[in-house]
Design a protein around this ligand. Structure first.
Ligand SMILES: Nc1ncnc2c1ncn2[C@@H]1O[C@H](COP(=O)(O)OP(=O)(O)OP(=O)(O)O)[C@@H](O)[C@H]1O
Ligand code: SF4
Ligand SMILES: [Mg+2]
Length: 329
């Protein structure tokens, strides 16, 4: 990404209130997304993908969340310190978000029309008639057939795939500059998943927006993203362009994730998972947080937390032994 990024997350540390005090859910997270780019964020469950994404729009409950360090740079603004009123203008207008489960994000007592018209009225000041016309256009755009009739349905009348299309229509209603899609297809069956991802790609091109695509599926990243951030236990452990990450993963965790992607060309029995599980954020680990699961761990890995090092051409990894060996295990 040569030019100035559209948005950059810098040294973000987010804490939640736990029984024994504040706990870092994510720590020192850095990543950036360029204009028109699709950035993938991957990692196993609990790695900090959603916590990072929700922080971009400060969507965590203020009562038990602390942004202990960092900045979210967006143009000349820092979204973490932006006054609520200005942050509300950015949310849904310039930066929109879609979630894994559209049923919990759509309001069951409001019609689709009410829910798509709301951002158009709020951010673009459209009249009721103009917002309704625009809402029907948007439903057509996300390929909901018979849009002028369906618009008056309540969410429960739609299938899972259609609800996710409605969520996408709401998210892109104001032609955002950035769409954050947090596991947008996980709840859907495989055929619908690829239709929704294809739709997102078309909309991205048409609107010229950037996308942060969060997924635990590296196959999806390979197909849709240009660059990727790999997260583990609340930290970024590797970031690279998609071709570089697949050709030469630098972090043993990334390698494990790549080995876990089913490869249709090869014998499916080769599919492996990484033994062990992600440590709980409250667990204290002095050195590398991946060390309990890492077959390559050496003494120095256990002594101090590894830093994220540039191995060249913007390929960063948090594994000093690997980088010293030129990325080879
Ligand atoms: N509101 C919260 N209060 C306390 N801890 C939280 C909260 N939200 C997330 N966490 C913790 O922060 C860590 C990161 O969670 P996060 O939801 O970001 O994971 P994720 O990578 O999005 O996983 P998944 O793939 O399951 O969605 C986890 O240990 C989780 O338990
Ligand atoms: S720093 Fe050490 S323990 Fe951590 S991933 Fe690299 S080799 Fe494994
Ligand atoms: Mg999540």
């Amino acid at each position: 990404m040569a030019e100035q990024p559209l948005l950059s997350v810098e040294n973000l540390t987010v804490q939640f209130r736990g029984d024994a005090g504040w706990v870092n859910a994510v720590e020192g997270v850095d990543f950036a997304v360029g204009a028109g780019e699709c950035l993938g964020i991957v990692g196993e469950s609990g790695s900090g993908k959603s916590v990072s994404a929700l922080s971009i729009l400060k969507l965590h409950s203020p009562a038990n969340t602390r942004y202990a360090s960092g900045a979210i740079r967006y143009g000349d603004r820092d979204l973490l310190t932006l006054p609520q009123r200005r942050l509300r203008q950015v949310r849904g207008g310039e930066i929109a978000m879609i979630f894994q489960d559209p049923m919990s994000s759509l309001n069951p007592v409001l019609t689709i029309a009410d829910q798509i018209m709301e951002p158009l009225r709020q951010h673009q000041g459209l009249s009721v008639q103009a917002a309704r016309r625009k809402a029907i256009e948007l439903l057509d755009m996300v390929r909901i057939s018979d849009a002028s009739r369906r618009i008056d349905d309540y969410p429960h009348r739609l299938s899972g795939g259609m609800r996710q299309r409605v969520m996408i229509a709401i998210a892109v209603a104001c032609r955002p500059r950035l769409l954050i899609a947090d596991e947008p297809t996980t709840a859907l069956d495989v055929t619908i998943q690829s239709q929704i991802l294809e739709l997102l790609r078309e909309l991205q091109r048409e609107i010229g927006m950037s996308v942060i695509l969060i997924t635990h599926d590296l196959g999806v990243v390979a197909e849709f993203a240009q660059r990727v951030v790999v997260m583990y236990a609340g930290r970024v452990v590797e970031t690279a362009s998609v071709p570089a990450l697949f050709e030469r993963p630098m972090h043993p965790y990334t390698e494990g994730l790549i080995r876990a992607v089913p490869n249709l060309d090869e014998d499916v029995h080769r599919l492996t998972t990484i033994p062990g599980s992600i440590p709980d954020p409250s667990m204290s680990i002095t050195g590398c947080r991946f060390s309990p699961r890492c077959r390559e761990a050496v003494q120095s890995c256990l002594e101090k937390p590894p830093s994220l090092v540039d191995a060249g051409a913007g390929h960063l990894a948090r594994c000093p032994p690997r980088i010293a060996a030129g990325g080879i295990s």
